[in-house]
Design a protein around this ligand. Structure first.
Ligand SMILES: Cc1cc2nc3c(=O)[nH]c(=O)nc-3n(C[C@H](O)[C@H](O)[C@H](O)COP(=O)(O)OP(=O)(O)OC[C@H]3O[C@@H](n4cnc5c(N)ncnc54)[C@H](O)[C@@H]3O)c2cc1C
Length: 391
């Protein structure tokens, strides 16, 4: 058993690395424990790009967090000299009453966010790579774009270490418990046992294992990212010419995609937003089958005629989805004095990574935050599994 820390952070992926940094920057003695290496590709924070946008169709309640996240991404870029966010513009496409279009518009109007509504002809003229149907429209947002997940994790790891955090990789946590009396925690890994005044758990797809007493139901979903090299090359797909997009069809199914950012031989990344298959992180199928590629290609052909072109690669990733697709971010209801949790990011968490780090630090240190996080309460009825009653 080694010396007691102020805070132990379990999981140093997107959220945990940000939490470790914000806690260390506030003078906390932080021990971070991660089962894999820094910025690895076996969880939810890999694949080179993540969409970021402010006119948030999921719920207007996310907008203030996004505004803060944009500020913190810019600060992280200044502090590390890395390029992490590229605001190349984005379109939310679908029928006017689709969740993607109507929801984005609601957030934009409620928060006074700069945006433009475009009809199908205007979209085709402005973005010749996209060919919406006559009944489709788009909300265009200049400040949408993409962030870089691995570089963001690396930046937070680097700053956390510079602020004195002790981050240990390749050291899986096997279990944790709250110390008798309810103050402080003990964390067991394959190598050692550690104690701390407070525990932060950011387990990604391992939430069902590390947070089995949280009382929240999670579905772990396998999701595939595809990189297609466009017919005619990548020039028309470069950032500035080809936007990020989320595109909903008449059945509510969404696909999304990015500009080509991997050079002239690379591909433009595309994926289904939901439509994953249930999986277990220990046995995740990493091989992508030909029938999966065919299904993606069929979605692209009518909407982006230069795609699918040639498949460059396809990579699996995991969502940790709650029943209402909203996050879980709070003190642990069973251990409110000793444990803070950040999980259930439901496939849309990365754009929030820096602000989640800030909120986790607030919660861990004071039990409260000035950020609006009521939507992410683990006791909300909509995320508790059947049979669990809430107060
Ligand atoms: C295909 C795909 C596309 C996505 N697209 C977008 C997008 O466009 N925009 C967006 O905002 N979001 C997107 N997301 C979602 C976003 O990437 C996730 O919400 C975010 O990465 C989750 O971060 P996390 O820290 O919870 O998980 P992770 O980054 O996976 O971190 C969890 C960490 O905990 C570690 N861990 C688990 N168990 C243990 C243990 N026992 N001991 C030690 N360490 C442990 C894991 O190894 C891992 O490193 C996408 C996700 C995927 C998979």
């Amino acid at each position: 058993m080694s010396v007691t820390r102020d805070v132990i952070v379990v999981g140093l992926g997107g959220m945990g690395s940000a939490a470790a940094y914000h806690l260390a920057a506030r003078g906390q003695q932080v021990l971070g424990l991660e089962r894999f290496g820094p910025a690895h590709n076996r969880g939810s924070s890999h694949g080179g790009s993540r969409i970021t946008r402010q006119s948030y169709f999921e719920d207007p309640a996310y907008v203030p967090l996004l505004l803060r996240s944009y500020e913190l991404f810019a600060k992280l870029e200044r502090d590390t000299g890395r390029t992490l966010a590229t605001l190349c513009g984005g379109v939310m496409l679908g029928r006017p009453d689709s969740r993607t279009v109507a929801g984005s518009r609601l957030s934009a109007e409620r928060w006074g966010l700069p945006h433009e509504m475009l009809d199908a002809t205007q979209v085709r003229r402005r973005f010749p790579t996209l060919t919406p149907g006559p009944d489709e429209v788009a909300l265009y947002e200049e400040r949408a774009g993409f962030v870089r997940p691995e570089a963001t994790v690396t930046a937070h790891v680097q700053l956390a270490q510079q602020a004195g955090a002790d981050l240990r990789f390749e050291e899986p946590v096997t279990r944790w418990e709250v110390l008798p009396g309810g103050k402080g925690v003990r964390v067991h890994t394959v190598d050692d046992v550690y104690t701390a005044g407070h525990l932060v758990v950011c387990p990604g797809a391992w939430a069902p294992r590390l947070l089995s007493d949280l009382g929240v139901g999670f579905t772990i979903e396998r999701q595939v990212m595809y990189w297609f090299h466009p017919r005619g090359g990548t020039a028309a797909f470069e950032p500035g010419r080809h936007p990020i997009y989320v595109w909903e069809d008449g059945d509510g199914m969404q696909i999304y995609g990015f500009p080509a950012i991997e050079g002239p031989d690379g591909g433009a990344k595309v994926a289904f937003f939901r439509k994953g298959t249930v999986c277990d992180p220990e046995t995740l199928e990493r091989t992508v089958g030909p029938q999966e590629v065919v299904a993606m290609a069929a979605q692209l052909r009518p909407r982006l005629p230069d795609l699918p072109g040639t498949l460059r690669r396809a990579v699996a990733c995991m969502y940790t989805t709650t029943a209402d697709e909203h996050f879980v971010l709070a003190r642990h209801p069973e251990h409110p004095d000793s444990v803070t949790v950040a999980c259930g990011f439901s496939g849309h968490g990365f754009k929030f990574v820096p602000v989640i780090g800030e909120i986790v630090a607030d919660l861990a240190l004071t039990g409260a935050t000035e950020h609006p996080i009521a939507l992410f309460d683990p006791l909300r009825q909509s995320v508790t599994p059947e049979g669990v009653t809430t107060p």
